[in-house]
Write a protein that binds this ligand. Structure first.
Ligand code: 23J
Ligand code: MN
Length: 259
């Protein structure tokens, strides 16, 4: 028998392997993306309605009905979310290869840059400098942009919008092209969406969405606690709900690490 699984089991039991929760709490105050009303219909906020709570509607049980968009809170973007990925037969939440729902993570710490400039954009050169320090990004890795955004802005100012639109960090098109060249698994962020707040105005609009999904790759948005991960060496478990023909879904994202 392989020792890999028994070592992992021992590691989990004895605490050498730590589980980090990369998920924001999902509730009525969960920030959701706001698209300009002139161009698009928006997703409703999360809501929860009680069915019963150990009462006349159900004497021994508590349960609720929840209403939410697929792209609410900590969530997974599947390739068919974007028009560029619409033709991938394995690009929906129910058709994704499960082998890809567990993978290594590269964490790029942009927290200092983002604190100084909320519109900070990560370039291919930044990624290459990170690789000089931490080693090449391996094929099949999640590349996660740490911004400490929730700590910096809180829930109230999470979208950080003013009359010029939302201001939050994200990648350039060249950065995404470089990650695709590296054959990564996907791109994840701590902000409301995988693209920068101002990405509608980029030369390639919404590069993280259009290019990543066009390459059958995934997105993770509204992650948190990336400050608890090492630059390399952790494993991310990100398995969206198996929604039939779903474009994405809220999910619990976990990372395994040793320290
Ligand atoms: C729909 C339209 C534009 C964007 C998004 C959704 C997201 O960020 C998302 O949650 O995938 S930019
Ligand atoms: Mn999304």
């Amino acid at each position: 028998m392989s020792t890999l699984m028994t070592d992992l089991a021992t590691g989990l039991l004895e605490g050498m392997v730590k589980v980090v929760d990369l998920t924001q709490t999902l509730g009525p105050n969960t920030p959701i993306i706001h698209l300009p009303e002139e161009i698009a219909v928006n997703s409703p906020p999360f809501s929860m309605k009680e069915i019963s709570k150990y009462d006349d509607n159900g004497p021994a049980w508590y349960w609720n009905v929840i209403t939410l968009g697929e792209h609410t809170g900590t969530h997974f973007d599947a390739p068919i979310h974007w028009v560029s990925g619409m033709d991938y037969a394995d690009g929906g939440t129910d058709t994704l290869p499960v082998q890809k729902l567990v993978g290594p993570a590269c964490v790029i710490d942009c927290s200092t840059e983002v604190a100084a400039d909320n519109d900070f954009v990560l370039t291919a050169d930044h990624v290459k400098a990170w690789e000089k320090q931490h080693g090449d990004i391996a094929k099949g890795s999640w590349v996660l942009m740490r911004s400490d955004w929730l700590k910096l802005k809180g829930c109230e100012n999470f979208l950080n919008a003013d009359d010029t639109g939302p201001h939050s960090p994200g990648p350039t098109a060249c950065c995404i092209a470089y990650l695709i060249e590296k054959d990564v698994l996907g791109w994840g962020v701590e902000t409301v969406g995988t693209d920068a707040g101002q990405a509608a105005m980029f030369e390639v609009p919404f590069p993280a969405h259009s290019m990543m999904h066009g390459a059958n790759k995934y997105g993770l948005a509204s992650l948190t606690n990336l400050d608890q991960l090492p630059p390399t060496g952790s494993i991310v478990i990100a398995a969206p709900l198996k929604i039939e023909n779903g474009s994405g879904s809220p999910l619990r994202v976990l990372a395994l690490k040793t320290d």
